[in-house]
Structure formats: structure tokens, C-alpha cells
Design a protein around this ligand. Structure first.
Ligand SMILES: [Zn+2]
Length: 125
């Protein structure tokens, strides 16, 4: 569901790239045919659009990767009587029994060891 929010950005960046390609090609053709600087202005605009589109696309890819990563770390566990949430099964403090479990990421009280493992991509879900 969250991924849907990024579809418009995908479309915008793809449209930008398409406009950019057409602008560059058309600008070059115009330049060759008319021998005036107007064509190179269009080529320059096309290059800027291509950069912006590429930038947006890379942002989307980063966000989608992050979301995918969070989804694979399904469950958050907290041992009864403690406040710290664990989500890496290979965290040695992760409770094996007598715990409460939730699917969504808690806003606070996250285990620092689990965070570290996540940063190093060493977190077993
Ligand atoms: Zn932990």
C-alpha cells in the first residue's frame, strides 16, 4: 500500500526522462537545420530534465529498497517485563520465550544491537 505513494513519482521521473530525450534529439536536429543557438538551449533544458528525472528515480529506488528491507523484518518482539523491542533473531538479547510480538515498527525503545545489525545488513528476520 505504501508503495503506491511512489508510483506518481515513478511516472513523473519517467515522463521527465522521455521529454528530456525528445528535447535533446529535437534540439540537435533544430540546431543542425537552422544554425541558430536556440537548438542548444533546448538541448541544455533536456539535459537538466534528464538530471532531475534521474535524481527522482534514484530517490524512489532508495525508498523502495528501504521499505522492502523493513517488510522482510517481520516481527518485533519484547520480553515481558522489559521495554526493548528486538527484531533480529540473531540478536543475542532477542527473546525466545515469554514475549509480546507486533508487526509494525515501534516508534521508540528499539534495541541498539538490532539497530547496529540492521545498519550492517546482518539482521536475520
Ligand atoms: Zn536486539
Amino acid at each position: 500500500m505504501k508503495k503506491n505513494n511512489w508510483i506518481p513519482v515513478w511516472i513523473i521521473s519517467m515522463v521527465l526522462e522521455l521529454i528530456a530525450i525528445f528535447a535533446i534529439i529535437w534540439g540537435i536536429i533544430y540546431q543542425v537545420e537552422h544554425k541558430v543557438p536556440f537548438g542548444s538551449i533546448i538541448v541544455a533544458i533536456g539535459c537538466v530534465l534528464a538530471l532531475v528525472g534521474g535524481f527522482l528515480m534514484s530517490k524512489v529506488i532508495v525508498v523502495l529498497r528501504k521499505k522492502g528491507g523493513e517488510q522482510s523484518m517481520a516481527k518485533y518482539r519484547k520480553k515481558k517485563g522489559t521495554d526493548t523491542w528486538h527484531w533480529c533473531r540473531n540478536c543475542k538479547n532477542s527473546p525466545r520465550e515469554d514475549y509480546t510480538e507486533r508487526d509494525s515498527r515501534p516508534g521508540s525503545d528499539l534495541c541498539n544491537k538490532c539497530k547496529g545489525k540492521e545498519r550492517r545488513s546482518d539482521c536475520t528476520a
